[in-house]
Design a protein. Sequence first.
Lengths: 329, 513, 359
Amino acid sequence: MSSAALTLGRIRSRVPRRQVPVLATLALLLVMYGIGVSQYRAFSNVQVIFNVFIDNGFLLVVAVGMTFVILTGGIDLSVGAVVAMTAMVSASLLQQGLPALLVLVIALLIGPFLGFLMGCAIHFFEIQPFIVTLAGMFFARGMCTFISGSSIPITDGFWTTMSQQRIGDPRGNFVSISVLIAFAVVAIAAWTLAYTRLGRNVYAIGGNPQSALLMGLPVGRTRIAVYTISGLCSAIGGILLSFYTLSGAPLIAVGMELDVIAAVVIGGTVLTGGSGYVFGTMLGVLVLGVIQTLITFDGSLNSWWTKIVIGGLLFAFILLQRLVGIRFK
Amino acid sequence: MTESRPVLTMTGISKSFPGVRALQHVDFRLFPGEVHALMGENGAGKSTLIKVLTGVYDTDEGTVTLAGETVSFAGPMQATAAGVSTVYQEVNLCTNLSVAENIFIGREPRRLGAVRWGEVRRRARELLARLELDLDVSAPLGSYSLAVQQMVAIARAIDVRARVLILDEPTSSLDAGEVAQLFRIMRQLRDEGIAILFVTHFLDQVYAVADRITVLRNGQLVGEYPSADLPQLTLVEKMIGKELEVLEDIEEQPRREIATLEEGTPLVGVSKLGRSGAVEPFSLTIHAGEVVGLAGLLGSGRTEVARLLFGADRPDRGEVAVDGRPSGLRTPAQAIGHGIGFCSENRRAEGIVADLSVRENMILAMQAARGWLRPIPRRRQDELVERYVKALQIRPADPEVPVRNLSGGNQQKVLLARWLITEPRLLILDEPTRGIDIGAKTEIQKLVAQLSDGGMAVLFISAELEEVLRLSHKVAVMRDRRMVAQLANDDSLDADRVMQTIASGSPREEAKR
Amino acid sequence: MTDTGSRWRAVTGHRLFWPVAVLVVMLAANTIYRPGFLSVEVNDGHLYGTPIDILRLSAPLILVALGMTVVISTGGIDLSVGSVCAISGALACSYISQQPDQNSLAVVFTALALGFGIALVLGAWNGVLVAVIGIQPIIATLILMVAGRGLAQLITEGQIITINSEPYRAIGLGHVLTLPLAVFIALAAALLVAAFTRRTALGMIIESVGGNSVASRLAGIRSGRVVFLAYVLSAACAAVAGFMITANVSSADGNAAGLWIELDAILAVVIGGTALAGGRFYLSGTILGALIIQTLTTSVYAMNISPQTSLLFKAVVVIAVCLIQAPAFRARLTRRRRGTPTNPTSPPSQARQKEEVPA
């Protein structure tokens, strides 16, 4: 029978190769958590997990935006600077006495607008994303110090409420509002990627941009959209960071883009694009958070080990991606 | 079926590009329920015709009518919407997405903005069932073979209620079994009333599946024939053309004599060299001073033979012996070490380094062989370059201009010089005269003759039979990725006999050799 | 008349014209703003003044940018140079700080050898990832960019190591023949790199690989080796820059040393006329690019604007340079200049409208 011959034509095994990196990340996370629990009694406290989320909520949101960009095969180096700029703008406007709601709206518009401009430059002038977002990073970081050379405290009531509000169970475990916002962003992003045309186009462009164009997909619009989304996520991340620190500082979140990229890659998203999940990115952020927590718990290891371990994991996962051969080339 | 009205007619189509008249008053008809093969050699105008049809290019002259209405598409997407779908040679799908998604992406059924995945999968299964394909529609497309991917591309194309399906060389990377699958589907779609325009270079396939054949040559319509009425030999003649219009300018050279070349150890002895999917194993000997011509239609495996011999592609079986000793040749660098040079047919992508100067392009291969630590002294470079600029009459004669500023013919000469400087023992020339002006062409032909007289072996690949016959001592004939014959270029060999061999796959007078 | 016209065109058409013009304009603007800007005075047998400062401070950037030029020419990029600066500087300083006699020349040279050695190892690591394993350069070097900072801090144990070594300090602040030693080091490095690439065939082979890797392979070039070498060279340059940066302040800070220098270096390379896609490279252009960046930073300092704000100017420069280099932008510009109307409705968008009719 002819169809039998064709089923034989399926050359790879049924093991879902695309899921291998995500599964590896999950396994890694569980192992790390297991080590933590076995070594330190306090680690088994649920609040430890909650704290990882509280400390990394903004990172998670920014990483979600980066996931969109990397899925198309691009990169966004501006995220850290946009986070800082958003926090600075908020702090500065609040200091000038603007109402909290207006400040929120303005702060949330700047990031996406910058992202939109960068997306346009990348699409219309065919300049590498790396360079365009590098310029965006310079610009945003320059804006920070342009606004103020030093840290601006935030005393606004809304901000302090958001910062201090604890949502918890009767046993005293709690999360902050930021964590809920981060979860909402993750959920919306996951839905967008899985169920909307925009999301599917993101995957198609990452898989093969020429094919996507020939299949009639709106490549340019999608590409501009992902940088706008990344800008929006960075802006939300900046707001969350300002909730967390209750200030805007010009040099905060320096080098954050590296952590974000690392989290996305460790979360199983392929840097060449086309394969990965928001859920994986969340796992990646958790891995980074748990590493930090472990190192803090240990006490004898120093903070720089975090970077070395992240670099090592980055290497391991990039190698894994190559070995699994999920580039589908 | 010929009685029905054509679904598509193209009348008096002309299209010019700067310096080229790609199509001149070409007519073309396509009936519902037929497989129509569009045949022609390189530059015949096949792809231009398809691009005019699908709206990639505007026409200069002529009209296209689809189902009685005059149409002019702004682009492939619009053509698809009107029922003219194209499946390209390289599968233009996203292998990272699932089979179902590849069929429906961009037009997924949605509810409240959300893609209805269940519906997508159900419809994909239905559609594939119609093509008698049993696939796991939620598996990534990349987990299936190229043939299956090709068929998924067809499924995507026909889902938009296609009336006309254009298959642009769909079989070039499929094996025999896969081709049979594809043909089954093509016949089925034909029986459903879809008009299929089929472009291929494989003669057997044309006769296996096509009802009608249209032949183009040099941008002109040669004719439209029912395939039953067109013998293979006639088809090949019509494609290649017997007119020797350009040859008048070239002074007649005596036919090359084999003389005593075939004695002693061959310079290069190829035994059963092959690469699956590219060319079937072939054997060939080349002696010093011998010009071996490689004839065959476009896509017959000419270039693949050259690339394997040079190590540009890694052979998966067979061996190349140099001077009678196994060479273990696997990379271009090794080939160059054995005194082999290779001028690719793809000048721009695989030949010149556009940024670099004429001088640097010329000495590149020699420098590569010496290694970067032993630069060629500048004075020696200048000597070499000056000699070849003069000998090959390269214009402009300034060796310091970037090679990108030169014309195609002069770039080709620069590449020739690159290899001549290395003083190779075997020079492989893949279409060295294509796309260059007639003067440069004659010069290159003369040069090949001179080189061979000087003891260099040449493997000469060309689509022009006359050229191959004029230069070669021996002609190897390729057909459908196989080397079907090696003919001594004696008095009995002429273009007709080579064409017969291409058409039938065997030389009738093989016994002579 | 026509002669001067064509000569003018020949001058403006020269690839170094725009970088030089920008540098001159910046210097002129500074001089107008602060007339003493260009003045140089002799003090204690050494030359002092803003131009000398610019030269001295740009030396590390020139070094890093030289290596970066070669890497970019192969079609790659090296993001790890900042980390390599920090690691080499940290290792050298930490070795010196542990010795009893920090002023001994032998100690300093051993320290330099250590720092240089580790840079070669790191460069080889990058080279293996890119040339042997085949990971995209931007990703391969990102690994070391992340982990390298941690390694540097590991060496300094998170402290800022302060040393008290006159010979080492001289690398950054010493004077020779009235000029800062750093200027001579940068100059020597430039000459060395130039000799290494232009006196051998390495430069041409690198340009060939970066310009057309397929054609290069068919011409018999084994590109792996030269690409590997490029990354090693880049790391070696970064190491020397790292010595200079740490010597300037006589201390090693694993976090701050060489921070963002990779980005400045890429910028310098691009300003200098080397295309990011690879191919032809221009060492002299790169040096000019580095001088422009340092002049910009110094001017911003001089105008009492915070150094971070100079990033705003850098952003403008990056975008301007990239736009000028981008073929798509040039095409648009020339089309507009010729007055032919650009196609307002692109065909794909029209077609899309049609496609979105419910399937």
